[in-house]
Design a protein around this ligand. Structure first.
Ligand code: PLP
Length: 440
């Protein structure tokens, strides 16, 4: 069989047997079948090379093709492939200790497989914690519109994007949404600082309107990523932290994208000097090489789960969460980030990218450019005065044009709400200077 015939056969089989995420059924679709990756670059089966400025799904932080990671997983798989964390194994203990170092504080770690599961675990822990510490009626969660927290029924309920939820509702009960701190779209006449304080106050008012004795936790990302790269002011985050404390509400920080150097700090919340009660993480934990996620919980919360009558332990298990090979690979991944100082590199490359892309603001369709570490959002508008979003078809065309020139970028927002107009860049933290030149 010729090489071309082989390619056609794979493409036909893909069309016939594979259901792709976030893609409609389409007889004419031409999926990109990726065969290799090295550094920030991927190659498809037609031999086309692309700079992947989205790190897959915001996760390949150390870049593609790291043999060290494959080796760490292989060695662990040959030695001890599986044991559930109802008991223990060495890589899990070592990784839990390492994560404490990265979090710069003391947490107890529960391992799962995906960001969605890490958030579901956080919700169950928050509800049960309140039940066992006298807050029997606290079951609600406050989250923000435009945020994404996962695909499962609870994590999707916490999500604030109508597009993701439409046709799947009703989802989990007890999720309440508030305005995101999107300073670009603040009301006229309000300063950025006033607006950020206003958004934080809305969280407090919501807690009071809902009845503070009914609210278990607030969940938020350090910066809203998938919803259009909305970066808060530190004032907002500090305010949210003190509101939660004031009303006995737990603060869950979703670091699924912002964690592991993406924000220019080890974790996004460390940019704001806040101390969350629960931190959830996934993606960059293994740089996407194997599935693994974690829910990091303060010791004081964990202590409420001590053995008493009435099933007071966390009755929550998953078969694959924290498998030895995933943990061993994650440890090696963090070792690479430390050795190559990728957190610092993320900060430096982010600053450079912003400086060099700043002139895009002169373009009539570019309304705003926002950045959190090495993560950027470029908001496209039809009109800079009205800030009317550029229609999705045009945004899609920009992305296709970039791809035709060998650059993969993303788009985010919420189509149903009329905002799917933010181009996103989240390149591997290991990107070279030449990679950044190419993006620019
Ligand atoms: N939280 C955030 C902020 C995310 O961006 C995502 C996924 O993109 C998730 C949670 C869910 O993670 P997963 O897709 O691993 O379930």
């Amino acid at each position: 069989m010729s090489y071309d015939q082989n390619i056609k056969e794979i493409a036909d089989k893909d069309k016939r047997y594979l259901w792709h995420a976030m893609q409609p059924y389409n007889e004419q679709s031409q999926p990109m079948v990726v065969t290799e990756g090295k550094g920030s670059w991927i190659t498809d089966m037609n031999g086309n090379r692309y700079l992947d400025a989205m790190s897959g799904l915001w996760c390949v932080n150390v870049g593609y093709g790291r043999e060290e990671l494959a080796k760490a997983a292989y060695e662990q798989l040959t030695k001890m492939p599986y044991y559930p964390l109802t008991q223990s194994h060495l890589p899990a203990v070592q990784l839990a200790e390492k994560l404490n170092e990265w979090l710069e504080d003391e947490y107890v770690i529960f391992f799962s497989n995906s960001g969605s599961e890490a958030n579901e675990t956080a919700f169950k822990i928050a509800r049960q914690y309140h039940q066992q510490t006298g807050g029997h009626s606290r079951y609600k969660f406050v989250s923000r519109y435009r945020a994404y927290h996962g695909n499962s029924m609870g994590a999707l309920a916490a999500t604030g994007q109508a597009q993701r939820k439409y046709k799947y509702e009703p989802l989990g009960n007890g999720f309440v949404h508030v305005r995101p701190p999107d300073s670009y779209r603040r009301p006229a006449g309000m300063s950025t600082e006033q607006f950020q304080r206003f958004c934080a106050r809305e969280i407090e008012e919501t807690i009071l309107w809902e009845g503070k004795e009914s609210v278990a936790a607030v969940i938020m990302e350090p910066a809203i990523t998938g919803g259009g790269v909305i970066v808060p002011d530190p004032i907002y985050m500090k305010e949210v932290e003190s509101i939660c404390k004031r009303h006995g509400v737990l603060l869950i920080i979703d670091e699924v994208i912002c964690g592991f150097g993406r924000s220019g700090e080890k974790f996004g919340h460390l940019n704001f000097g806040i101390k969350p009660d629960i931190v959830t993480m996934a993606k960059g934990l293994t740089s996407g090489y194997l599935p693994l996620s974690a829910t990091a919980v303060r010791k004081e919360i964990y202590e409420a789960f001590k053995d008493q009558a009435d099933y007071s332990y966390l009755r929550h298990v998953n078969t694959f969460g924290g498998t030895p090979a995933s943990c061993a690979l994650a440890l090696k991944n963090l070792e690479i980030m430390e050795r190559e100082q990728l957190v610092e590199r993320s900060r430096m490359l982010g600053e450079r990218l912003q400086t060099e892309l700043q002139e895009l603001l002169d373009h009539p369709l570019v309304g705003d450019i926002r950045r959190f570490g090495f993560l950027m959002g470029i908001e496209l508008v039809l009109d800079k005065e009205t800030k009317h979003p550029l229609p999705l078809a045009d945004v899609t065309k920009v992305i296709a044009d970039c791809k035709a020139r060998g650059l993969i970028i993303g788009k985010n927002g919420d189509t149903v709400a009329g905002y799917n107009n933010v181009l996103t860049l989240s390149p591997p933290l290991s990107s070279t200077d030449e990679d950044v030149d190419f993006i620019v």
